[in-house]
Design a protein around this ligand. Structure first.
Ligand code: SAM
Ligand code: SF4
Length: 327
């Protein structure tokens, strides 16, 4: 019989995010410092066998239904399609978030290995601004990656745009038109206090209300049922697709959060903003059996808080940044 990963607020957890590396070929200013971070040594990363074992346990024993691979940049990890093929056998909704820089070469292989859905991060459609934001001059490669992802049949392809006031908020409508034209779903993400440079400022957050105000002046929008999605969703009245807004700061979705996380170095986390994590890798490498590992998951979820406190004086920033936790 299946058990549930149930917390004290009645939330059942079925959505697993796995960071498979903290390394990255980009240095986005809202995520990583210009010089990068100290990468986790390879021997400390969960192996593909370990990731498969933990995922399988979470699926078969606890009914986890979806797995998203992230990082750092997941495509920098060697033989990624091997991991995807292993996880595809678990019959879950299998997806990945990537910066898209190498997708034009890799998308087909990943699709054939069993990857079902893909989210690609893109914060500017202007070459100079893209290069400033990511500290890499790769806009063309990312656009090619998006186009290849669509061509090989990922559907829908979603684009993640982190909107920052005074930095790229003037491109919201350009992204709307890009999404409608390329038939991809654009998801606007509020800037979160998880940048390694700790330059986050509430004044830079473009709230959901302002994003919607801009878009609805150009297009009629009809709300769509969001279910457990972190994104509030709308479809265009004229049928040309949909948009989403992830309003972690202005309209937190903690009440319906069903997400758990594994970091690249094998820590279990019950919240993106958690101040504590649980060392699964140590258990695994000390020969723990499935019951012992399950106990860690059950205990870790039980200790989940009601929600984060961003914007309030009691908020404490996690010591790890987005790329180290896995966005
Ligand atoms: N490297 C991959 C990528 O960029 O898509 C996957 C990892 S990245 C940490 C996952 C997502 O987190 C990306 O969509 C990125 O834009 C988002 N992200 C990173 N730092 C953020 C921040 N401070 N606030 C909001 N979103 C952020
Ligand atoms: Fe790398 Fe993704 Fe962070 Fe950009 S957002 S630095 S691509 S991990």
């Amino acid at each position: 019989m299946k058990h549930q990963l149930l917390d004290t607020y009645g939330r059942v957890h079925k959505d697993l995010r796995i960071s498979i590396t903290d390394r990255c070929n980009f240095r986005c200013s809202y995520c990583m410092p210009e010089d990068g971070l100290e990468w986790t040594p390879r021997e400390e990363l969960l192996t593909y066998e370990e990731i498969e074992r933990l995922s399988s346990l979470l699926v078969t024993r606890f009914g986890v239904e979806s797995i998203r691979l992230t990082g750092g940049e997941p495509t920098v990890r060697a033989n990624l399609s091997d991991l995807i093929a292993r996880l595809a056998k678990l019959n879950v909704d299998l997806s990945m978030t990537t910066n898209g820089a190498t997708l034009s070469l890799a998308a087909n292989r990943l699709k054939e290995a069993g990857l079902q859905r893909i989210n690609i991060s893109l914060d500017s459609l202007q070459r100079k601004r893209f290069a400033e934001l990511t500290r890499r001059d790769n806009l063309e490669q990312v656009l090619e990656g998006i186009s290849t992802a669509t061509q090989v049949g990922f559907d829908p392809v979603k684009i993640n745009m982190v909107v920052m006031k005074g930095i790229n908020d003037d491109e919201i409508l350009d992204f709307v038109e890009f999404g409608r034209r390329e038939k991809v779903v654009v998801r606007f993400i509020e800037f979160m206090p998880l940048d390694a440079d700790e330059a986050w400022d509430q004044k830079r957050v473009m709230p959901l209300s302002e994003i919607l105000e801009i878009i609805s002046k150009a297009h009629g929008l009809i709300p769509v049922e969001r279910g457990n999605s972190p994104a509030a969703r709308w479809r265009y009245e004229d049928g040309a697709g949909e948009i989403g807004v992830i309003a972690t700061v202005s309209d937190a979705f903690c009440d319906s959060c069903d997400r758990i996380r594994l970091t690249a170095d094998g820590k279990f986390r019950n919240c993106l903003f958690a101040l504590k994590d649980y060392d699964v890798r140590e258990l695994l490498r000390n020969g723990a059996d499935d019951d012992q590992i399950s106990n860690l998951f059950v205990h870790g979820v039980k200790e989940k808080w009601a929600g984060h406190q961003i914007g309030k004086s009691v908020f404490i920033r996690p010591s790890k940044s987005m790329s180290q936790i896995g966005g």
